[in-house]
Design a protein around this ligand. Structure first.
Ligand code: BGC
Length: 796
């Protein structure tokens, strides 16, 4: 008789009940459950329940039709033992589920919050936690159990298609942002899945790319953020990435998943694969990758055969089953949480509106000199600004976020047009009609192209639909038309839009402005300036673009990122001065794409090689496609630009405000191997505002030691300061945080000597230098994840 036949009889005794004996369950007797499972039951339990519709034409990313339609997946239920399937659904910019269901008149829209990059740009961990908490409420009230977020890969190169989901080129910012987000979501007693562990830094051939990375860069850059977030916030789950690292799939790497994650960092949660990630189920089980999502028949077979042949110890499988049971036990579904399907969407619209405004980065705001006349900086709009001329396709069709699994099925997006109207401004109806007609024509053309593509290859048409692109060209106007528009308006706003996402990296052309965008900015600035009117450029983007060749033209530039469903309102809150911008960049903006050292080793304008089911073999050896040498080593982002004196368009940590801030009485004290830096920040300008203070540390003899000239170690943000108001901020750094990874010694090593703690407003704006003598220390680590062949590494 099959063991499962017994389940019904024993189910009641395996599950603890609450004192009053209601249906609410609170614990699982793991030992007994595992003892009742056959090998096949266990193999089923560690893989998901498959993905409905995957093989058809209606889904390219994770989605299940059961329990919560549109969620990415579920765990395997053991119904007769009272172990329910729990629901795993994407983030990170909000919950991704289907908004409508067959035969159901109710709707299930979720709030589209700002993209990860914008959240990180707030440098406000309390605010990020509040956003996380609001997202978590939607997860819980829509009946999901684990949010597949946050996404924490390092922005290694400006063209990575998923940078919009990620936080920073710096692991401290990435780690702290993720920790705040996780803490917020998990306050609802639902789980998160920090992803993609690790080094999923390109989309091109993401399921088969082998990232060749030095042990030092792995430890200091690509794993560090995960380490910070995991230790600080204990995510319920970790999602391994698709790629190989130094020859091994991350989901098959015991060194990564057991030795580093669990043994070194003390992680106690559950590890799952990315969807269809990795190949050999038995090896994944041995490696400690507890759960394989959404599950493939081969994985099931490999696990069963593995145990039978002795390749996989059944104890390893049991360990993974136990970890999944732990996860189920914590879940709202197991506890019988009566979800409402009615999260507080109104309250969350307010949360997204406010958080989006705080992550916008003011890049420029200058006076305009015309002959003897001088116009004040255009932002915030003065009372005289009433009529706004809106240019740029995306002004009328604001981009809320990126594409792929990071998309959110929102009920609406407030465009800049609507945001301005809501803010009481008048917007040229003539321009609006011109743009609407233009957009309708372009969309018709695109639809025809997709139809034609579908005839040749249905898959490619599906992807084109799934990955919407902005209109190909900007609408241009004649000099006469512009002159008339300038006469009628008080100011011009031009929006430049970009969209990218999963499956595909951006192209160099996407980094640069198109000819029509360049012409639009040049012509509008010329005509408006002649008419003594100013021009603001708004960037509605998910990743950095080229700015150095045109940023002298407009009077102001505001990077609004992709600001979620309330985007237009959030932007207008900033333009109107209701809120002063206080975002700062969490990545460097290079002058030219090639200036980033990683651009030498990044798939440039490659065919994406999408392999949705990870069926491909690792056959060809195309550089940057099949493998990528991380030759820049630890010199990622500002660590490179600063250390090698390469000029940038905007430095890491940069962002202006409507006010100014003075830094004073910066002090450092040492206590118990912890350095505490305090600094008083005073609002020295005329508007209210918040300031982000960054703390970098410069190691002694950094060049000889092959270290970056400085590295961010901590940061803090003031509350909203009124003009003249001050606040003293405290930032702490532990001596151990000053260590570099010495691969030869397999140890974190702090070199002895005189360090400098730099209190800064950006990587290029140091306000105080505080010396401190630091003692030597060393912490052993495991000698794992070695490159298989030497990589030619950049050195100072
Ligand atoms: C993505 C993950 C996502 C998963 C489930 C994958 O394609 O890489 O980030 O969570 O799909 O939708």
């Amino acid at each position: 008789m099959k063991k499962t036949a017994l389940f019904l009889l024993v189910a009641a005794s395996l599950i603890g009940c609450t004192a009053n004996n209601k249906a609410t369950k609170n614990s699982i007797n793991q030992k007994e459950v595992i003892a009742k499972l056959s090998l096949e039951d266990k193999a089923h339990f560690v893989i998901g329940t498959g993905m409905a519709g995957f093989s058809g034409n209606d889904a390219v990313i994770g989605s299940t039709r059961s329990l919560v339609p549109g969620a990415a997946g579920t765990t395997y239920p053991l119904d007769s033992l009272g172990i329910p399937a729990i629901v795993l659904a994407d983030g990170p910019a909000g919950l991704r589920i289907d908004p409508i269901r067959k035969g159901d008149s109710a709707t299930y829209y979720c709030t589209h919050f700002p993209i990860g990059t914008l959240l990180a740009s707030t440098w406000n961990t309390q605010l990020i936690e509040e956003v996380g908490q609001a997202i978590g409420e939607e997860v819980k009230e829509y009946g999901a159990d684990v949010l597949l977020a946050p996404a924490l890969n390092i922005m290694r190169n400006p063209l990575c298609g998923r940078n919009f989901e990620y936080y920073s080129e710096d692991p401290v910012v990435a780690g702290k942002t993720a920790a705040a987000y996780i803490t917020g979501v998990q306050k609802n007693d639902v789980g998160t899945s920090i992803k993609h562990f690790a080094a999923n830094n390109q989309e091109t051939n993401r399921m088969n790319n082998d990232a060749h990375i030095s042990q030092r860069a792995l430890r200091e850059i690509y794993l560090k953020g995960f380490e910070i977030a995991i230790k600080e916030s204990k995510p319920w789950t970790v999602m391994t990435s698709y790629n190989y690292v130094n020859g091994t799939y991350t989901s098959e790497s015991k060194d990564l998943v057991e030795t580093i994650l669990r043994d070194e960092w003390g992680y106690e949660g559950t590890v799952m694969t990315d969807w269809f990630g990795g190949k050999d189920g038995a090896v994944q089980m041995w490696a400690g990758n507890d759960m394989l999502q959404p599950g493939k028949a081969e994985q099931f077979q490999s696990i069963v055969a593995g145990v039978k042949s002795g390749k996989l110890a059944e104890a390893d499988l049991d360990r993974n089953v136990a970890r999944i049971l732990n996860l189920v036990e914590k879940s709202p579904r197991f506890k019988g949480y009566p979800y409402s399907n009615k999260p507080d969407l109104k309250a969350h619209a307010r949360v997204t509106r406010q958080s989006a405004a705080e992550g916008m980065v003011l890049m420029k705001n200058e006076k305009l000199k015309i002959k003897n006349e001088e116009l004040a900086a255009p932002l915030p709009f003065s009372d005289k600004i009433k009529n706004v001329a809106l240019y740029g396709n995306t002004s009328y069709d604001f981009i809320a976020g990126g594409t792929g699994s990071g998309n959110v099925n929102h009920a609406y997006v407030v465009s800049l047009l609507d945001g301005l109207k809501n803010g009481g401004y008048t917007v040229s109806e003539e321009l609006k009609t011109a743009y609407e007609t233009y957009a309708a024509d372009c969309k018709k053309k695109t639809e025809e192209e997709i139809e034609a593509a579908a005839k040749k290859n249905p898959g490619s048409a599906m992807l084109l639909r799934f990955m919407p692109r902005p209109l190909p060209d900007e609408k241009l106007f004649s000099a006469n038309e512009l002159a008339k528009q300038a006469k009628d308006a008080d100011i011009a706003v031009i929006t430049i839009g970009r969209i990218s996402g999963e499956f595909m990296d951006r192209k160099v052309a996407d980094f640069n402005l198109s000819d029509s965008e360049r012409k639009l900015i040049t012509q509008v600035c010329e005509v408006y300036h002649k008419a003594r009117k100013q021009v603001v450029v708004l960037l509605n983007i998910g990743g950095v673009i080229e700015t150095a060749s045109w940023n002298s033209l407009p009077d102001a530039i505001l990077c609004a990122w992709q600001a979620g469903q309330e985007g237009g309102n959030s932007v207008v809150d900033v333009l109107s001065g209701k809120l002063s911008p206080s975002g700062k960049f969490t990545m460097t903006w290079p002058v030219k794409f090639n200036d980033a050292y990683s651009s030498r080793n990044f798939p440039i304008d490659q065919d994406p090689r999408i392999d949705l089911m990870n069926q491909g073999a690792k056959s060809a050896d195309v550089r940057n496609v099949d493998y990528t040498d991380y030759e820049e080593d630890i010199y990622v982002g500002y660590r490179y630009f600063d250390s090698f004196d390469v000029p940038v368009a905007y430095p890491f940590g940069f962002g202006l405000s409507y006010t100014t801030f003075a830094y004073s009485v910066a002090k450092i004290t040492e206590n118990d191997d912890t350095y505490e830096v305090t600094v008083t920040v005073t609002n020295s300008g005329e508007h209210e505002g918040k300031e982000v203070v960054e703390l970098y540390v410069a190691a002694p003899d950094s060049k000889a030691a092959n270290k970056p000239v400085k590295e961010l170690k901590a940061y803090a943000k003031t509350k909203l300061l009124k003009p003249g108001e001050s606040e003293t901020l405290t930032m702490t750094v532990k001596a151990a945080d000053l260590a570099s990874f010495d691969a030869e010694a397999s140890a974190w090593v702090v070199a002895e000597g005189d360090y400098q703690f730099l209190v800064a407003a950006s990587a290029a704006d140091i306000r105080a230098t505080l010396p401190a003598t630091v003692k030597a220390r060393q912490t052993k680590a495991h000698d794992v994840l070695k490159p298989q062949a030497p990589i030619s590494l950049l050195r100072r």
